[in-house]
Write a protein that binds this ligand. Structure first.
Ligand code: Z5A
Length: 214
C-alpha cells in the first residue's frame, strides 16, 4: 500500500524548446495552486545523477549509446530513490526538467536504440514511477537550433539536425500514445502565449490532481 500523495510533473522537448525558461514560471503557478513544489532535472536530480551529468554532457568524451544508457539509468535510479519518491511521499509536487521520455526520444529515436531494450533496462533499474503529467514543448528542430545558435554546444548538441528530427518524432509518438499524461504546448509562440498554455494545461489537469488527492 502506498501513502504517496504528491504529484510528479515533467517538462519535455528538444533542446531550445524553452524548458529552462518556463520552469520557474510553472513552479510559481503550481505553488499558487497550494502545493509545495520542488524542482529537479535529468540528467541530474539526485546526488549521483548530478555527478554523472557533467560526464554525460562532456563534449570531449566519446560514449556509445550503451554507455549513455548505463549512466542515465544509474543516475535515474538514484534520483528516484533519494529524491523523487521521498518528495512525493511528503505530499509535494516534484517538477522535473526531463525524465524517461527523453531517453525514449534521444537514445531510442535519435540514436535508434531498440525501445524494447530501453524498457528492459528501465525495469532492471526499477524505475517504478512515471510522471502524472508531462508538458511537451513542441518546437520544430530548425527553430530550436536557431534559438540556441550562439551557445557552446555540449556533447548532445553537436548532433545533426536529423538526430533532433528523430528525437522530435519520438516525442510526438509518445504524446500520441499517452494523451492522458501528455499536454502539448505550441512552443513556437511568444513566451506569454506559451505561459498561457501552461496555465491552461494545469487548469485542465487539476481535476485529475485533485481527484488523486481526495
Ligand atoms: N538527454 C538524453 O540524451 N537522454 C536522457 O534520458 C536525458 C537527457 C534525460 C540535457 O541537456 C541533454 O541530455 C539534452 C538531452 C540529453 N541534450 N541535448 N541536446 P540540458 O539539460 O543541459 O539541456 P536541454 O534540456 O537540452 O535544455 P536547453 O538547451 O537549456 O534548452 P531549453 O531549456 O529547452 O531551452 P531554453 O534554454 O529555455 O531556451 C532556449 C532559448 O530560447 C533561450 O535563449 C530562450 O530565451 C529562448 N526562448 C525560450 N522560449 C522562447 C519563446 N517562446 N520564444 C522565443 N524565444 C524563446
Amino acid at each position: 500500500m502506498t501513502t504517496e500523495t504528491g504529484y510528479f510533473i515533467t517538462l519535455e522537448g528538444i533542446e531550445g524548446a524553452g524548458k529552462s525558461t518556463v520552469l520557474p514560471y510553472l513552479a510559481e503557478q503550481i505553488h499558487a495552486l497550494g502545493y509545495q513544489v520542488e524542482r529537479s532535472r535529468e540528467p541530474g536530480g539526485g546526488p549521483l545523477g548530478e555527478a554523472l551529468r557533467s560526464i554525460f554532457l562532456d563534449p570531449d568524451l566519446q560514449l556509445d549509446v550503451e554507455e549513455e544508457l548505463l549512466l542515465l539509468y544509474a543516475g535515474r535510479r538514484n534520483h528516484l530513490r533519494q529524491r523523487i519518491l521521498p518528495t512525493l511521499a511528503a505530499g509535494k509536487v516534484l517538477l522535473c526538467d526531463r525524465f524517461e521520455d527523453s531517453t525514449i526520444a534521444y537514445q531510442g529515436g535519435g540514436r535508434g536504440f531498440p525501445l524494447s531494450r530501453i524498457v528492459e533496462l528501465s525495469r532492471w533499474a526499477e524505475i517504478s514511477r512515471q510522471p502524472d503529467l508531462t508538458f511537451w514543448l513542441d518546437l520544430a528542430p530548425e527553430l530550436a537550433a536557431e534559438r540556441i545558435r550562439e551557445r557552446r554546444p555540449d556533447r548532445l548538441e553537436r548532433e545533426s539536425i536529423d538526430f533532433f528530427r528523430r528525437a522530435q518524432a519520438a516525442f510526438a509518438a509518445r504524446a500520441a500514445e499517452e494523451p492522458q499524461r501528455f499536454y502539448r504546448v505550441d512552443a513556437s509562440l511568444p513566451l506569454p502565449q506559451v505561459e498561457m498554455q501552461l496555465r491552461q494545461g494545469l487548469r485542465d489537469r487539476i481535476p485529475a490532481i485533485n481527484g488523486k488527492d481526495g
